[in-house]
Write a protein that binds this ligand. Structure first.
Ligand code: FMN
Length: 198
């Protein structure tokens, strides 16, 4: 299978990147093809321009970076999105990727405000990290918000089948002993669970 992995974190030395490398490494060990979009290193422009809201025409073609990004999603069987929760949401560069690339006519159509996804047949995996413990996020209702917005509203409304949302909590500068190894093993296990058959 072809996997497109989109990751948003400014620091390559971050735990987000350690998880990303373990995830893609395990996929490749199983014989899958991976392409990684490292939005920060690519300098992805997250700002949606006014002309991108207008109908596509010969005079108003899709912006080249968006066209390339859409082509890479079209070519992929699985889209995996990896990011830390920042203010319970995705880093702004990831939000800009969604705003611009998951455009009307590509990721969804809408009639009378009712959205239907155009990317059905593709699978997705969401991997998030937080500083806060997951039980605390659940107790406060915040986890519900994360799931409604990021799993259901974005990925599922674009038509993806969401195979898994794997969350790693209490990712803090001084990780508790053994936690890094445990989390890296968990992200590899996620790959084996869903993609053992190529
Ligand atoms: C701008 C910013 C906002 C954050 N907001 C939250 C938050 O709302 N909830 C939370 O649990 N952690 C929050 N955090 C903590 C990050 O989720 C945590 O540091 C990150 O998952 C650790 O992964 P890393 O080592 O790859 O950066 C925030 C961190 C930053 C930098």
């Amino acid at each position: 299978m072809k996997h497109l992995v989109v990751v948003a974190h400014p620091a390559e030395a971050s735990f987000t990147f350690a998880l990303t490398r373990a995830y893609t490494d395990e996929l490749e060990l199983l014989g899958h093809t991976t392409q990684t979009y490292d939005l920060y290193r690519m300098g992805f422009n997250p700002v949606l321009a006014a002309h991108e809201l207008e109908p596509i025409s010969a005079d108003n073609p899709v912006s080249p970076d968006v066209a390339r990004a859409q082509e890479d999603i079209r070519a992929a069987d699985v889209l995996t999105v990896i990011y830390p929760l920042w203010w319970l949401s995705m880093p702004a560069i990831m939000k800009g990727y969604v705003d611009r690339v998951f455009a009307r006519g590509f990721a969804y159509e809408s009639q009378q405000g009712i959205v239907h996804g155009l990317l059905s047949g593709k699978k997705s995996v969401l991997i998030t990290l937080s500083g806060a413990p997951l039980p605390l996020l659940v107790k406060s209702g915040n986890w519900n918000a994360v799931q409604i917005l990021q799993d259901t509203h974005i990925l599922r409304s674009a038509g993806f089948e969401l195979l898994d949302h794997v969350h790693f909590d209490v990712v803090v500068p001084q990780l508790a002993p053994g936690i890094a190894e445990q989390y890296l093993a968990e992200v590899r296990a996620c790959v084996r669970t869903h993609f053992r058959e190529t």
